[in-house]
Every structure is written in structure tokens, then in C-alpha cells.
Design a protein around this ligand. Structure first.
Ligand code: KG4
Ligand code: ZN
Length: 348
């Protein structure tokens, strides 16, 4: 079935709208709100205000880029959660208003399901890769998520590991902030780490020897904070010190991620041959390299969005998830769509 679908995503600080058809992405537009940088993190009320200011022109651009008008659209998909309640509300209100005006069915999408399926979008054709084997293991790593999810098939998910405290992107952002880098810190920390040497400074590997199905970044972050402070007591950090610190911290963050993942793969009661990775942190090329090594050791095919813009929040992934749901006729009446800030992907 090939339906033209309009997808809306406003769960955090990206106002994003895409047009998809079947499993192809016809357009994907997003505005990343810059207002939050000065606060060092996303401020919900400012996110809501910016979404409201931008959503109409983002919609017009998404339609124009796809070469369609609203009368060509057959289904509307919208992120219902998880995310910031008042930010989600802006996209949901827009989706409902358009559905009413153009008499269209609605599909409610889980943001984490979007990240899982984003790894299936191919670079050139932007069509979903056909050769994925299920069950597969998914890894969603972003500012708000650190989860390993067993994907029995598209639409059926079971969370097999998640974070006890901070999420991985949050840990990178906070570490970056300690080195004076702007929010979001992940990309800047990656740049800085390129000039540094991992292993220069000692940092504790979280849960060493107790790797099971839980991630934990709070202890590492606290140790990093103490290390930075101790080096700063005598003098300002030099550029080389900052680079080495970035490299050491990033290395530990990723080593923990991969050790838990390796353990979870060994402990799964089913064997998986595909690892589907989504979320902003997989934009990191050092991590991509290390995922490649894990894939070789475990005999896995690792897949992540080749385009960086599809790693961080976007509406194309919401359109792909909505497309699968529309094929299964999983529409949601407008009155049943409400923001679900803590909606887990295994409660679909
Ligand atoms: O998926 P995303 O846009 O939003 C959430 O759902 O949270 O992910 C944002 C996170 C931020 O923590 C950001 O620092 C991180 O992804 N990130 C990166 C890189 N690009 C974005 N982390 C490490 N390396 C990168 N290149
Ligand atoms: Zn996200």
C-alpha cells in the first residue's frame, strides 16, 4: 500500500515535518531551536513557543519540497510521546486540526519506535532496506534514551536494557559543559576528542564486572566532574588537556555502552543478526567505528541512519513508523490522541 503521509514531530527541541509515501521519504524538514543553547539544556516553555512560531512554515516547506499539497495527503502521523508534554502538545494540536480540516485519519507514533526504524532509511533511495531479519536488536541512544530493545517484528518491542540514571546523550552533554562547550555538547565533544588521547587520565568504567542489562552514567559523570575540578585548581585547562579529557570521557561512555550491549546480546534467548541503531549519539563517527567492531565480533549486521540529520530527531522516522502502522490499519481516533510524556515503546 502506498499512501501519502504527513508526519509531525515536536517532542523536544526540533520542529519537524516530513512527507512520506509508502516507505519512501519525499521530504523531511526540521528546525533545531537554538534558543536553548544559552540555558545549557532544553527549556520546555521556550520549546513550546518556538514550535508554535515555526510549525506553519515548516509544514509549507515540507509540502513544497515533496511537491504536494494537503489535498494529496491521505494519512497524518504524529508523535504522541515520549517527550516534553507541552512541546508534544503543539504537534498534536496541529495534527488534529489538519485531520479535521482535510478529513484524514490519524496515526499516533511513539518517538522511540521512530528512532528504531530510522536505521532502515537508505541513503540514496530513502526507502526502507528490505533485507532486515527479525527478531533484531535495536539500540536507541539519545539525550533522553539509552535503551536496547528486542524487535520481534516491526510494531512488537521489548525493552531488554535501559539506564538506571542519566542517559548517554545527557552524560555527553554534561561532560561537554564541564569543558566549557555549548549545548548540545555531543558533537563538540567529539571534535575536541579527535585531538586528544584516550587513557591519559583515569576514569572509572561504570558497573565493571557487573555488566548486565542496565546502563549507568551518573557515577562516571561525577568522577569526570571531580577530575576536571582537580586539574583546574592549579591553573586553567590547556587546549591539550581539554582534548585529552574529552577523549578519555567519550571513550569511557562508549566502552560502557558496548560492554553492556555485548553482554545483552550473549544473554538473549533468541539469536539476532541485525542491530538497528538510532538516536542523536549515533551521529558520532568514533562510535560508528566501535559499533562496526562489535558487529564483526558478534557476527551482526549493524545499521544506522547514514545521514546525520536522520540520527537526531526528525519527522521522516515518524513517517516511516506511521506508514507501517497505517498498513496494519492502526489508526487512532482524534479524541484518543493525547500527549504521553512517558510512553514506553513496549506499551504500544
Ligand atoms: O535524538 P536526539 O536529537 O534527541 C533526543 O531524543 O534526545 O539526540 C540528541 C543527543 C544530544 O545529547 C546530543 O549531544 C547527541 O544526541 N549528539 C551526539 C552527536 N550528535 C548529537 N553525541 C555524540 N556525538 C555526536 N556527533
Ligand atoms: Zn529523539
Amino acid at each position: 500500500m502506498r499512501m501519502k503521509l504527513l508526519a509531525i514531530e515536536t517532542s523536544c527541541d526540533e520542529t519537524a515535518i516530513a512527507v512520506t509515501e509508502g516507505l519512501h521519504v519525499l521530504s523531511s524538514v526540521k528546525v533545531t531551536q537554538e534558543i536553548h543553547a544559552q540555558w545549557g539544556g532544553v527549556v520546555p516553555s521556550l520549546a513550546k513557543r518556538d514550535h508554535e512560531q515555526n510549525i506553519d512554515w515548516v509544514l509549507q516547506k515540507a509540502l513544497a519540497d515533496a511537491g504536494v499539497t494537503m489535498s494529496d495527503i491521505e494519512v497524518i502521523g504524529v508523535t504522541m510521546g515520549p517527550g516534553l508534554a507541552i512541546a508534544l502538545g503543539v504537534g498534536i494540536a496541529k495534527a488534529k486540526a489538519l485531520a479535521k480540516e482535510f478529513d484524514l485519519p490519524l496515526v499516533a507514533v511513539n518517538h522511540v519506535e521512530g528512532h528504531i526504524l530510522s536505521s532502515l532509511i537508505q541513503k540514496d533511495s530513502l526507502a526502507v532496506q528490505p533485507d532486515v531479519h527479525f527478531p533484531a536488536l535495536a539500540m536507541v541512544i539519545s539525550g533522553g534514551h539509552t535503551q536496547l530493545i528486542l524487535v520481534e517484528r516491526v510494531g512488537t518491542y521489548r525493552i531488554v536494557a535501559e539506564s538506571l540514571d542519566d542517559d548517554i546523550g545527557e552524560a555527553l552533554d554534561k561532560g561537554a559543559r564541564l569543558l566549557g562547550l555549548p549545548y548540545p555538547g555531543g558533537p563538540a565533544l567529539e571534535q575536541l576528542a579527535r585531538r586528544g588521547v584516550a587513557g591519559t587520565y583515569p576514569l572509572p568504567l561504570p558497573m565493571q564486572g557487573q555488566e548486565h542489562n542496565r546502563f549507568s552514567y551518573a557515577g562516571l559523570k561525577a568522577a569526570f566532574s571531580r577530575l576536571v575540578q582537580s586539574l583546574q585548581t592549579t591553573s586553567e585547562l590547556s587546549d591539550q588537556q581539554k582534548s585529552d579529557l574529552a577523549a578519555c570521557y567519550q571513550e569511557m561512555v562508549f566502552t560502557h555502552l558496548l560492554r553492556i550491549t555485548s553482554r545483552v546480546i550473549d544473554d538473549l534467548e533468541v539469536s539476532v543478526s541485525d542491530l538497528l541503531v538510532g538516536g542523536g549519539v549515533v551521529a558520532n563517527s568514533t562510535l560508528r567505528g566501535r559499533l562496526g567492531e562489535l558487529a564483526t565480533t558478534k557476527g551482526l549486521q549493524v545499521r544506522y541512519p547514514e545521514q546525520m540529520v536522520l540520527c537526531t530527531d526528525n519527522a521522516a522516522m515518524i513517517g516511516i513508523a506511521a506508514g507501517f502502522k497505517a498498513e496494519r490499519k492502526e489508526f487512532t481516533p482524534a479524541e484518543a490522541i493525547d500527549r504521553r510524556p512517558r510512553w514506553r515503546v513496549d506499551e504500544l
